[in-house]
Design a protein around this ligand. Structure first.
Ligand SMILES: NC(=O)c1ccc[n+]([C@@H]2O[C@H](COP(=O)([O-])OP(=O)(O)OC[C@H]3O[C@@H](n4cnc5c(N)ncnc54)[C@H](O)[C@@H]3O)[C@@H](O)[C@H]2O)c1
Length: 257
């Protein structure tokens, strides 16, 4: 078996949404470390530029573009700018997302907020896939990685918008794998609780203790734990894997309740 090309993404261009911080940033770092040209896209351009500069400082190739994934014109511009700078797109990590945090009781959440969660977590992914697909086909290599959540399969109080939107991401992934194959692979990762800014807004020592009781690997996740799975799906090593959802969760379940 020739193993030399299994993690070879040296001539590949990768877009990561929400790439300035957390799981997105770790994904940018690992893809750049394995040689990809990385587009750090985020609605916080200053933070995206900092991440890109850090990657360049450690020898990687990275550029920052501003993109709010809930704005169609930003998604179109992201793809256009990437093509005019790099001439192709091979890898897309649909990472920007949010909601949940135990704040979605039907007594509190308005219909407009519920819709917003779907716009952020589902519609943006569908649209960006639609925009990048022709370029991936033209390049002869395509891997799309959607960041879902353990919430997509757990049931908990006050998280119905986020949880159902992430369940939609799982099923979107399985279905568009048919639409975009055989040239493009589409997979998803469902992280458990990962130490990022998003988690810090809802984590308390009591909640963490309960989470760890249900986690065989006895620690919460770090962004690089998820980035490892991103690399697997992005690289040729997973070339016969599509339409899958991989849960990366320390072997357990970490809910807020
Ligand atoms: N951290 C966890 O425990 C956890 C668990 C399961 C799933 N996830 C998922 O992982 C993904 C990343 O979460 P994280 O914890 O790293 O978050 P984070 O808050 O640490 O980072 C999110 C990044 O996305 C950017 N962003 C937010 N909204 C955006 C938008 N509309 N357009 C462009 N950029 C935007 C932010 O500026 C930030 O840089 C999300 O899809 C989240 O649902 C996280």
């Amino acid at each position: 078996m020739d193993t030399s090309s299994l993690f070879d993404i040296k001539d590949k261009t990768a877009i990561i949404t929400g790439g300035a911080a957390g799981i997105g940033k770790a994904s940018c770092q690992i893809l750049a470390a394995f040689g990809a040209q990385v587009v750090v896209s985020d609605y916080d351009l200053e933070a995206a530029e900092e991440t890109a500069a850090e990657i360049r400082k450690s020898g990687g190739k990275a550029t920052a573009f501003r993109c709010d994934v809930t704005k169609d014109e930003d998604l179109v511009a992201l793809v256009d700018n990437t093509i005019s700078h790099f001439g192709g797109i091979h890898i897309l990590v649909n990472n920007a997302g949010g909601g949940g945090g135990g704040k979605e009781s039907p007594d509190q959440i308005e219909v407009a907020q519920f819709k917003k969660v779907f716009e952020l977590n589902v519609f943006s992914i569908w649209r960006l896939c639609q925009l990048v697909a022709p370029h991936m086909r033209a390049a002869g290599y395509g891997s799309i990685v959607n960041i879902s959540s353990m919430a997509s399969i757990n049931s908990s109080p006050a998280i119905s918008a986020y949880a159902s939107s992430k369940a939609a991401v799982n099923h979107l992934t399985r279905n568009i794998a048919f639409d975009y194959g055989p040239e493009i692979r589409v997979n998803a990762i469902g992280p458990g609780a990962v130490r990022t800014h998003a988690l810090s807004t809802v984590l308390t020592p009591e909640i963490e203790k309960t989470m760890l009781k249900h986690t065989p690997l006895a620690r919460l996740g770090e962004p690089q734990d998820i980035a490892g799975a991103v690399l697997y799906f992005a690289a040729p090593i997973s070339s016969w894997t599509s339409g899958q959802v991989l849960f990366v969760n320390g072997g357990g379940v970490q809910t807020l309740n």
